[in-house]
Design a binder for this molecule. Structure first.
Ligand code: XIL
Length: 777
């Protein structure tokens, strides 16, 4: 290949018009490659199997000596690649990677073009799937898909497979267990009752040569399904795709028939009694229809048809039935619910039945697209097939959020033919949830006909329509709104609530801490506002959120007055459970004056401890349940004291409050007596507003009386109102956070705010501080 053709080829790949500039100077010697592309680049390719990070190295030493290598790190593997066919020009590069997969050689072609400081790099597998990324000079910050926080937090309280069990089996496709993470395997086993091998029982995988069978993956799947009590649905015996050419070699019809028979007998026979059903013939009807074709079977011009004629279907069913007389046998296809393909499917099925083919069921694949699911046609198709005495399953359900739907190939490419992983919007997720719910309403209505509904994949990472977000779990295994919408539909519950995400309100700018905070709520914890980092993905095994229980001034039923302060604390990595429903933050009304009780704080504590234990909770494993502060302002400060005897409380913070000399006559106020100071069993901090604070005397008296635990009294001369309403909660936040960091996060440095002759508050000209009962250092 000359340099000109090379440039041309790479420009075609890049879809640019740059070639014309080259065309005009055909006689000029090609300019030697500059070194702009030389050196190290980093590129990350998101794939269905996780992120692949490439550290690329280019050495553009003239065409012949040009070199490209890479160190690749991907989930579960590291490898070094020496690329072939490396071509480097001024600002473009192309090269190829050849990999072995099973028995097959996979060619990946790369092409890149400099754009400013970046290199726009695309890669193509064969001539179909492409992917485009921007390679940079810096080491990328790896963001594994599994850790991405979901857009909507969805809580599962009923399992899908349980919700469906009175109606039909609910299954998924995948070649489990190999290459699936422990988390994914657990997810699959928990939520699905049936499994379909996505690829490992297809002829090309299982039977690559006439005299060669590879049963390892298929056997492993059958064993895994057995261990997890899942039924198995075989897929697929006779198909035009993913079938090796040797089946059709030579022109002898009898030989080809014999090969089909051998294949089916060996495979179906091997798993006899273990697989509940088989997709015997897959996708035999042509896509191109029309009024004339609708009256006929309109069979696809496949090699099977060419070799054996229309009889190939009948034969396949007979062979399968011979090999396992108890297996339910399916004809499986896509788009057969619609238009002329549906008509053709009816013609074909009638013929098979008339010929005595042992066919029992029809598989409607169900590769649909959100916003344009043909509900009416689907329902009609189900009843049409039932009228022939056949059962129906939805065998490959996925409803994409964007991108082409249906067909033999997953679609999901952008204009230039590259996959993109643009995340779905909230509206997308809602539309998808509604579509799924409507589908399941139809399936439930026809439960007497429908045997099984199988999703084609486990999650939005393990899907052939990757980038189109078609399934019930996102790429990080979080359930999507569609999951709950389906369960609610099956259980006749109002799904509108479930699909509506819990509201998230950002206070000010989300706080000054490293974790932008939100105020939110949870349907299972009534009357409590939760302040927490919006993105909980950084929390888990090591960093966990300590708990802050909060009671409001006037024991009000809203945290509205303290929202800046509480949001600021949350942004530093705390979870705050404050008394009051979330909506009172935005629409404060009568309800905010409703009586509240200290025990609400303990209910909230019980709740968050339980959530931390629940595997499917938003908060699972993210909470430090052994570090709990009881805190409140004024009347809420008394609520904090009231619960301080609970052994789970690690520290108490009383703000602008103290126990009254005589129990209060105000009904809402906890009627505490000085005796109740005994409830403290761990260190205590008072944050007060100086002598003008109406609670000042009560607080100072408390301080004088407490001799059994370490206690700190701080005063800032701002009066009873404190600084809660100031931006980020003002000075009070700084002091409260130092205490919390010290007491709940064990940060000794933070104690400098309080301890010692040169403590920060002692030095401060507006704060005053007194400290008691600490062991002297
Ligand atoms: C798809 C698999 O999901 C992909 O992993 C594979 O590369 C191609 O096949 N109809 C079918 C399925 O019957 O076998 C196809 O599965 C999807 C379309």
């Amino acid at each position: 290949m000359s340099l000109r053709t090379i440039i041309f080829a790479s420009c075609v790949l890049l879809g640019t018009a740059m070639v014309f500039g080259q065309e005009q100077t055909p006689t000029k010697e090609p300019t030697p490659a500059k070194t702009t592309l030389a050196g190290t680049w980093y590129a990350q390719f998101e794939t269905p199997f996780g992120m692949q990070t490439y550290q690329l190295q280019f050495t553009p030493e003239g065409d012949a000596a040009a070199k490209a290598t890479a160190h690749v790190e991907a989930e579960g593997e590291k490898r070094d690649v020496e690329f072939t066919e490396v071509k480097i020009t001024d600002d473009t590069i192309s090269f190829a990677e050849v990999r072995q997969f099973d028995q097959r050689e996979l060619r990946i072609e790369y092409s890149g073009k400099l754009k400013g400081n970046d290199l726009v790099l695309s890669r193509m597998f064969g001539n179909r799937n492409g992917q485009e990324v921007v390679a940079t000079r810096q080491v990328p910050k790896r963001q594994p898909t599994t850790e991405v926080a979901p857009l909507v937090e969805v809580k599962i309280d009923h399992l899908l497979k349980d919700a469906g069990k009175d109606f039909f089996l609910i299954g998924m496709a995948g070649d489990l267990p190999a290459r699936y993470s422990a988390e994914e395997l657990a997810l699959a086993a928990e939520h699905f009752a049936a499994i379909t091998p996505e690829n490992c029982m297809k002829p090309e995988r299982l039977h690559p040569q006439e005299n060669q069978w590879q049963f390892e993956r298929a056997d492993a799947l059958v064993e895994w399904a057995r261990q997890n009590q899942m039924t198995i649905h075989g897929h697929t015996l006779v198909w035009h795709a993913q079938t090796p050419g040797w089946f059709f070699e030579g022109d002898d019809k009898e030989v080809i028939k014999q090969r089909m028979k051998e294949h089916i007998h060996t495979l179906v026979g091997r798993y006899k009694g273990q697989l509940q059903s088989w997709d015997v013939v897959n996708e035999a009807i042509d896509d191109r229809g029309g009024p004339q074709a609708a009256k006929t079977e309109n069979l696809r011009n496949s090699k099977w048809l060419q070799a054996l004629g229309p009889e190939f279907l009948t034969l396949a069913f007979q062979y399968a039935h011979e090999a396992d007389p108890t297996a339910v046998l399916y004809y499986n296809d896509y788009n057969i619910e619609s238009g002329s393909k549906h008509e053709s499917s009816m013609v074909l099925l009638r013929r098979l039945l008339a010929d005595g083919a042992p066919i029992h069921a029809v598989g409607i694949q169900g590769h649909w697209r959100s916003g344009s699911v043909p509900f009416k046609e689907i329902e009609k198709a189900i009843t049409d097939y039932a009228s022939l005495g056949l059962k129906v399953s939805i065998t490959e359900l996925d409803v994409t959020i964007r991108g082409a739907s249906g067909g033999q190939f997953g679609g999901g490419f952008n204009r230039r033919g590259f996959r993109s992983a643009t995340p779905p919007s909230l509206e997308d997720l809602k539309q998808q949830a509604d579509d799924y719910a409507q589908l399941f309403a139809i399936f439930k209505k026809h439960q007497d006909v429908i045997e099984r509904v199988t999703f084609w994949g486990l999650n939005d990472r393990r899907t052939w329509r990757w980038g189109q977000h078609p399934l019930l779990f996102d790429a990080g295994n979080h359930p999507k709104p569609a999951y709950v919408a389906i369960v609610d539909e099956l259980e006749n519950r109002d799904s509108s609530k479930a699909t509506e995400p819990p509201q998230q309100i950002k206070i000010e700018d989300g706080g000054q801490g490293p974790f932008s905070a939100i105020a939110t709520e949870d349907a299972s914890l009534a009357g409590i506002t939760i302040y927490r980092p919006q993105d909980l993905s950084p929390f888990g095994r090591e960093a966990k959120l300590p708990i802050l229980l909060w009671g409001n001034g006037a024991c009000a039923n809203t945290t509205e007055e303290h929202k800046n302060f509480l949001s600021e604390i949350a942004s530093q990595g705390y979870i705050v459970l404050g008394i009051g429903p979330l909506d009172q933050l935005t629409d404060r009304n009568e309800a905010s004056r409703q009586r509240t009780q200290a025990k609400q704080l303990l209910t909230a504590l019980d709740w968050i401890i339980a959530e931390n234990e629940k595997a499917d909770s938003t908060y699972a494993g993210k909470i430090n349940t052994t570090k709990v502060a009881a805190m409140g302002m004024s009347c809420g400060g008394l609520q904090a004291i009231e619960i301080s005897s609970d052994p789970r409380i690690t520290t108490t913070i009383v703000c602008n409050s103290g126990i009254l000399a005589n129990p209060s006559q105000i009904p809402a106020m906890p009627s505490l007596q000085k005796e109740d100071l005994k409830k403290f069993h761990r260190p205590v901090l008072y944050i007060m507003g100086g002598p003008s604070d109406i609670a000042y005397n009560n607080a100072m008296d408390d301080f004088a009386r407490v001799d059994h635990v370490p206690i700190v009294m701080t005063n800032l001369d701002v009066g009873h109102g404190g600084t809660y309403r100031q931006p980020h909660g003002g000075e009070y936040s700084r002091v409260a956070l130092a205490w919390l960091d010290w007491q709940l996060k064990g940060k000794q440095a933070a104690s400098k705010m309080f301890l010692g002759e040169d403590s920060e508050l002692k030095q401060h000209d507006r704060w005053s501080i007194e400290v008691k009962n600490f062991d002297s250092p």
